[in-house]
Design a protein around this ligand. Structure first.
Ligand code: KBG
Length: 502
């Protein structure tokens, strides 16, 4: 294909990655008067950019079709499947690959929307002040539309809540059995249907072009191939973007560069750009999953398919370093269809475990093998320490306890570790910290030693955590974006416009 004329763009901020975290940066910076260009290597899958794909009647009604759609959007980064298959029930001791979603909106095009706050002492990073955590968690919940009443009217939900509240009556407030926080809302025109929050929810007015202060442009199928550090290496001078829709290269010059394309692809871009601090890719954590299924007793007054899904949570607390969600999700590959049982009465017990961050657990990038975009191929070195293993076995004992309290497991789905099916909660690969030797970004989310390069996403979470990470990453992005605004003091009057100079 013929190469068209190279273009040159000048903006206040370039954001690479259009998932929830990239969109958080965009929303705050545009509201602060900045011109923002956001690029994503993936395609836009919906009319409204980054919308959740389950927001259609078809996929809400037909879980199987929806499952096929999601599998199609989870792409393995390694070129061939892993050569090692654990025995079912084993603890997953390795990560062989990673699954990513190349799309505008990222994984929020199909996520479950589970958005808990991380536990203040067990999970949260100490390098962010406690008061900031409270403030930015509150803002993140508003931005994502997190709520705890989606299943309030469900008979099945109440049954699960009651049974587990009796079993776990000893848990201290506010860590007892409760409604799972979910970024979603019931539709007012048909409350049986749910509108799941996606990246479009975060973009708000930016998603439909009605932003009032700065300028915003979101470009799909635009790959950021490289960031070019200036001489001396303390600033990024420009970014090389490949426009795959018109097959041309664009040089983007920005005041601020924000990379938020996931815990694997963010360090990949740094590596490809020669930005390789010691901690890059190290301290990787992922959450082992213990899983079982049970069946709810049917209520003669309610047809199970009419009853909203249960969504129950037992949060992480001291002495219980695991996150528990009792809900209905897509089946794992090892789950056989339950013969003779109405699938709408089957409930999942999904427990996520905590793994300590250790430098030897890491992501590496190949200098010889390339991924589909021609970027350095990621590889993993990951194992569980004896402490990690002991913690997961305690989690398994607890899963068995909860399963018993709900009347026992389905014969085909006993409590087990699900292998290989990580929850895609990789963290730590570009971790935040106060020490440049053991972290990649400072507490403002700025790459150590590079004044105008900021990162966002789960890779920044420096601690071991068991709860779903998105809310935490959005809270960290809100804090970082406000910091960028106060550093740059830009307003619509003196900022760069989204300008083509080519
Ligand atoms: O059940 C979900 C869960 O809510 C989540 O956050 C993770 O990404 O995937 C799980 C399914 O394996």
């Amino acid at each position: 294909m013929a190469q068209q004329r190279d273009d040159r763009l000048r903006v206040d901020a370039l954001i690479v990655g259009s998932g929830p975290v990239g969109c958080t940066f965009a929303r705050i910076l545009v509201e602060g008067g900045q011109s923002v260009l956001m690029v994503d290597a993936g395609p836009q899958l919906s009319g409204r950019p980054g919308e959740h794909l389950r927001n259609t009647f078809l996929y809400q009604r037909d879980v199987e079709r929806y499952g096929n759609l999601v599998s199609g959007h989870l792409q393995r980064l390694s070129p061939s499947p892993p050569d090692r298959i654990d025995q079912p029930g084993d603890l997953p001791a390795r990560i062989d690959s990673a699954l990513v979603t190349y799309a505008v909106g990222g994984m929020a095009t199909h996520w479950t929307g589970v958005t808990p706050r991380h536990h203040p002492t067990v999970e949260r990073a100490g390098c962010i002040p406690a008061a900031d955590w409270e403030e930015f968690y509150g803002q993140a919940e508003m931005l994502l539309g997190t709520r705890t009443d989606l299943s309030a009217d469900s008979v099945g939900h109440q049954t699960v809540l009651d049974a587990l509240s009796r079993e776990y009556s000893d848990l201290p407030e506010p860590y007892g059995v409760q409604h799972l926080p979910l970024a979603a809302q019931r539709r007012t025109d048909n409350p049986r249907l749910v509108r799941w929050s996606g990246a479009d929810t975060i973009l708000g007015p930016l998603a439909d072009g009605s932003h009032e202060r700065g300028e915003f442009s979101l470009r799909e199928q635009h790959l950021c191939r490289r960031l070019q550090p200036a001489a001396g290496g303390t600033r990024i001078e420009y970014a090389e973007i490949e426009d795959h829709t018109r097959w041309r290269n664009i040089r983007v010059e920005a005041e601020t560069y924000i990379i938020a394309c996931g815990a694997v692809l963010t360090p990949q871009l740094l590596y490809a750009s020669g930005v390789r601090p010691d901690a890059l890719g190290r301290y990787l954590t992922e959450q082992p999953v213990a899983f079982a299924q049970t069946v709810l007793p049917s209520d003669p007054g309610t047809a199970p398919e009419q009853d909203p899904d249960p969504n129950v949570w037992i949060p992480v607390s001291e002495g219980r370093p695991w996150h528990c969600q009792i809900h209905r999700d897509l089946p794992y590959d090892d789950v056989e269809p339950h013969r003779g049982i109405d699938s709408s009465s089957v409930v999942d017990l999904r427990w996520f475990g905590l793994v300590d961050p250790r430098p030897e657990n890491r992501l590496l990038f190949s200098d010889t093998t390339r991924d589909i975009f021609g970027m350095p191929q990621p590889e993993f070195e990951f194992s569980l320490s004896s402490n990690d293993l002991a913690r997961q076995w305690s989690m398994m004992v607890d899963l068995r306890r909860a399963t018993r309290a709900l009347g026992g497991h389905l014969p085909a789905s006993p409590p087990r570790f699900v292998v290989p099916a990580p929850p895609l909660h990789v963290t730590g690969t570009v971790r935040m910290g106060t020490d440049a030797d053991t972290s990649v970004v400072d507490p403002d989310a700025r790459v150590w030693g590079i004044d105008n390069l900021y990162l966002g996403g789960n890779g920044l979470i420096p601690t071991g955590s068991a709860s779903n990470p998105t809310l935490t990453s959005v809270a960290m992005a809100l804090r970082a974006a406000r910091g960028i605004l106060s550093h740059t003091h830009r307003s619509i009057d003196n900022g760069h416009r989204l300008l083509s100079t080519g």
